[in-house]
Design a protein around this ligand. Structure first.
Ligand code: ATP
Ligand code: SF4
Ligand code: MG
Length: 370
């Protein structure tokens, strides 16, 4: 077993539209996950969460294309591997993805046990009818689902039960990494809790080794994951332990996002509910300077003229902002306008990095995906 279950290095992927336009949906994402770790990814709609999830599988098909970067799963670099090899030896076993709204994609006229059989057959595991039944029932018990579900049609299951069944099917081969994309959206609160409990149980029981949990519901992330990454316009702008990310966010966007929590969980501040004004940049032509600049109340002149690198705070948290850590630690999102006036002369403490000539449009470097 390698030190990290998952290592993602400067991953860039993009969509190519039918008009041959590039949409830079994942643009330089790096992170690492160890066994037993869960990473939560939060961010506004359209920031690239689902695209990142799909990209992590290493399995690209149009309109999604790989541009550059690497994905290493338990020491194996899957970047650029043959799609058929990936399908047989990586998808489902090393890494599994539960797509957003997957439960609504189940064919209502197929019994659940058929889906389980499909997963096995796709991985060349052929069982007799009796063996299949035994295996499926054992798995259902292991994940605390009633075995009767196996003989039900999706249409006969409640939303919560359908989602838990999808999770059971997706994790059937005990993948090292399970990515759950908005697994509890559109469910009532008690179903949400059961879904979350099931996901955490999978890790506790060793059925999956690590998990990536995607949602735009931050209070949920805080309760589920130990580490949170905040994504903005295709990039991670902040990543660190859940507590610090929620209570002491560094990046101006993360500060705004935490302030806009609508349903405060116990202990999460609820006095100032502020939405982040403005809209994210168009990912077809994102600015080379700070992507949040157009909405940032801390914006300084330099913010519009240099590339903002990923930086690390004194306690090891990632943040993508030019302001000094000490300044960011002091600033509150609510104080921004005042702070901007006071801090107009604030000294930025990073080296100026000129704009990159190739912003990842795929004209150079390794490519795949059609
Ligand atoms: N098939 C596609 N072709 C072109 N662009 C796409 C395609 N799918 C998504 N995009 C664009 O890629 C960007 C990222 O989309 P993505 O679905 O990954 O965001 P998200 O963070 O998952 O959003 P949500 O919270 O709504 O699920 C958006 O700008 C979106 O419009
Ligand atoms: S780099 Fe400048 S514009 Fe961007 S988030 Fe930091 S202060 Fe705001
Ligand atoms: Mg999504």
């Amino acid at each position: 077993m390698a030190e990290y279950i998952l290592e993602v290095k400067d991953l860039k992927t993009r969509y190519v539209t039918r008009f041959r336009e590039n949409v830079y949906a994942v643009d330089g994402v790096s992170f690492k996950l160890k066994e037993g770790e869960t990473l939560g990814i939060a961010g506004e709609s359209g920031c690239g969460k689902s695209t990142l999830a799909m990209s992590l599988m290493g399995y690209y098909f149009p309109p999604l294309h790989y541009t550059s970067g690497s994905i290493i799963i338990d020491g194996r670099d899957i970047t650029g591997e043959d799609p058929e090899v990936l399908r047989r030896t990586v998808l489902g076993t090393e890494i599994a993805y539960i797509p957003q709204a997957a439960m609504n994609a189940l064919n209502p006229t197929r019994k659940i046990i058929k889906y389980i059989n499909d997963v096995l057959v796709a991985h060349n595991i052929r069982l007799s009818r009796t063996e299949l039944r035994e295996m499926a029932e054992e798995r259902m018990r292991l994940v605390n689902l009633p075995v009767e579900v196996l003989d039900r049609y999706p249409v006969e299951l409640s939303g919560g039960m359908k989602q838990r069944t999808v999770i059971a099917i997706s994790s059937l081969l005990s993948p090292k990494i399970l990515i759950a994309d908005e697994p509890s959206s559109a469910l009532d609160v008690s179903s949400q809790k059961l879904v979350i409990k099931m996901l955490l149980d999978l890790i506790d029981k060793g059925l999956v080794k690590s998990m990536i949990f995607i949602t735009h519901e931050l209070p949920l992330l805080y309760n589920v994951t130990k580490k949170i990454a905040v994504m903005y316009a295709g990039q991670f702008v902040e990543m660190g332990p859940a507590h610090e990310s929620v209570f002491e966010p560094l990046h101006p966007y993360a500060k705004g996002l935490m302030g806009s929590i609508i349903v405060p969980s116990e202990g999460i501040r609820d006095e100032h509910l502020v939405a982040v004004p403005g809209t994210p940049p168009n990912l077809k032509s994102p600015p080379q300077h700070c992507r949040f600049a157009a909405r940032c109340k801390f914006r300084q002149p330099l913010c519009d003229s240099v590339v903002v690198p990923e930086r690390f705070s004194s306690d090891g948290r990632l943040f993508r902002c030019l302001l000094p850590e000490a300044v960011l630690r002091e600033l509150k999102y609510e104080d921004q306008i005042k702070s901007k006036q006071e801090d107009a002369e604030v000294e930025l403490d990073v080296n100026i990095i000129p704009f990159a000539e190739d912003n990842g449009d795929g004209d150079s470097g390794k490519e795949s995906g059609g």
